[in-house]
Design a binder for this molecule. Sequence first.
Ligand SMILES: *[C@@H]1O[C@H](CO)[C@@H](O)[C@H](O)[C@H]1NC(C)=O
Ligand SMILES: *[C@@H]1O[C@H](CO)[C@@H](O)[C@H](O)[C@H]1NC(C)=O
Ligand SMILES: *[C@@H]1O[C@H](CO)[C@@H](O)[C@H](O)[C@H]1NC(C)=O
Ligand SMILES: *[C@@H]1O[C@H](CO)[C@@H](O)[C@H](O)[C@H]1NC(C)=O
Ligand SMILES: *[C@@H]1O[C@H](CO)[C@@H](O)[C@H](O)[C@H]1NC(C)=O
Ligand SMILES: *[C@@H]1O[C@H](CO)[C@@H](O)[C@H](O)[C@H]1NC(C)=O
Ligand SMILES: *[C@@H]1O[C@H](CO)[C@@H](O)[C@H](O)[C@H]1NC(C)=O
Length: 422
Amino acid sequence: MFYISILLQLLESAAAASFSVSYQPRSICAFERSSVDFSCRFDYSSYHRDITTKWFKPEAHQKQDGTQVGISVYHSKAAEIHQLYKNRTTYAKQDNNCSLRLHNVSKSDIGKYFFRIETNSYYEKYTGPGGIHLNVAVLPFRVTVKTQTANEHIYEGDSVTLTCSTENCTPKQQPFVWFKNQRLIPEATDNVLPIDSVSHSDFGNYSCALKNSGTTSADEILLDVRYRPKNVEIVVLPSAKIQEESSLTLICMSNANPAVTNYTWFLIREANVSYIGSDREFSIRSASQSDEGQYFCIAENNMGSSNSTVIALKVEVPRSRNFSLIAVAVLLFLMAVLLVVFGVIIRRKQFTSKKQSTEQTPAVTVTEEIYENLRKSSEFEENHTTCVTYADLRLPPSTSDRPRSNSQEDNIVIYSLLSCED
Ligand SMILES: *[C@@H]1O[C@H](CO)[C@@H](O)[C@H](O)[C@H]1NC(C)=O
Ligand SMILES: *[C@@H]1O[C@H](CO)[C@@H](O)[C@H](O)[C@H]1NC(C)=O
Ligand SMILES: *[C@@H]1O[C@H](CO)[C@@H](O)[C@H](O)[C@H]1NC(C)=O
Ligand SMILES: *[C@@H]1O[C@H](CO)[C@@H](O)[C@H](O)[C@H]1NC(C)=O
Ligand SMILES: *[C@@H]1O[C@H](CO)[C@@H](O)[C@H](O)[C@H]1NC(C)=O
Ligand SMILES: *[C@@H]1O[C@H](CO)[C@@H](O)[C@H](O)[C@H]1NC(C)=O
Ligand SMILES: *[C@@H]1O[C@H](CO)[C@@H](O)[C@H](O)[C@H]1NC(C)=O
């Protein structure tokens, strides 16, 4: 009897040794609310036809190596399935196929899952070793920045890696998308985005998401690359065309991180460089020729300083003022001419009235044109030869054709006539 018992036990253990279970994969990372597949195959040989199949999950306080059977995730007797997993599983139910699909996973599903076969025999109970580990990725995505250097800040030239991850784990199979300042980065499709040597142009807000999915993209993270001022240049407001007496402002523009703390303005004139200010803006209330020269600024932050390009300031005298100056000059000239003409007329009036009163000879009336007098002088040429010689000497040859406004000459002529009469 004793021997028979031992024989039976040997037989039983021999039978148990013929159970086998294999899992694929051994570890899964799935997004919250997604479905996961535990691929599984099993083999057994037993005298017992009536077998029980089940998937179980050790509870948190239990051993996680499969030696302690936890709650039933799936059970061939549906009533045995734990409340948490009712209606959430699809079992393959094919020969040797023990695959299980678990729907709508959540953080509470994180843990180990084992497949187990049991027969009526006390000895024919077998748990597939190792099990499958399920981790659940909790959205949203987060972007993390890692640098090789141990510096507090990120500087140009540093090697930086941006990683798109979710809480607990990150499913890596799917293609990712990356955004910089909300714009897609087409070449970035992995959940990591390495930048070998960051430059100031990499400064910006980054976010990521799963491609072709409605999952919310990560909150933006700022890649805070520090650099000394760049592209320092001067902007002239309201415009680079500066009119005399107009006001203008020069602004020292730059791109810097952190922001510029010190500005310095310089004026170059006749090879002398002089300091003129230390604000971001340099204002001129009323521009004059003395403001002309070459200007430049230096922008500085704690990373260093940079000189701006030099701009040449030229102050234009407004054309309208030029015009009015000319107008005033012309007016003054005309007034002078008028005064002279008046002087001539008055003198002539005095002369004729004197003649009328003393000699009673018919004389030139006040209204007569001056050039007529000149004609008269040519009449004299014929009759009074002695006078003609005198008049010719004083009279310019073209005088008779000149307009009367050129009165200086007329004056002379009249004096000539006077001297002739005497
Ligand atoms: C499971 O699904 C069946 C039908 O598909 C339904 O009648 C039952 O109420 C569900 N049970 C639970 C716990 O959701
Ligand atoms: C096992 O069953 C699952 C679900 O029915 C199926 O997707 C899978 O292809 C099957 N595996 C094998 C090896 O037949
Ligand atoms: C998925 O599970 C969550 C709880 O974990 C539940 O609130 C939600 O309604 C479930 N979704 C579906 C489609 O069953
Ligand atoms: C980055 O995002 C912050 C906060 O949303 C915003 O204030 C900042 O202007 C953004 N920077 C860039 C370069 O878009
Ligand atoms: C920049 O400005 C700070 C504060 O005004 C001052 O202490 C510092 O000396 C300045 N640096 C230079 C280089 O002018
Ligand atoms: C430029 O510097 C020289 C020598 O310091 C000085 O003699 C000259 O007056 C300066 N010119 C102007 C425009 O400041
Ligand atoms: C920037 O300006 C300063 C002050 O004039 C000068 O000493 C320096 O050489 C300039 N730097 C460059 C790069 O031009």
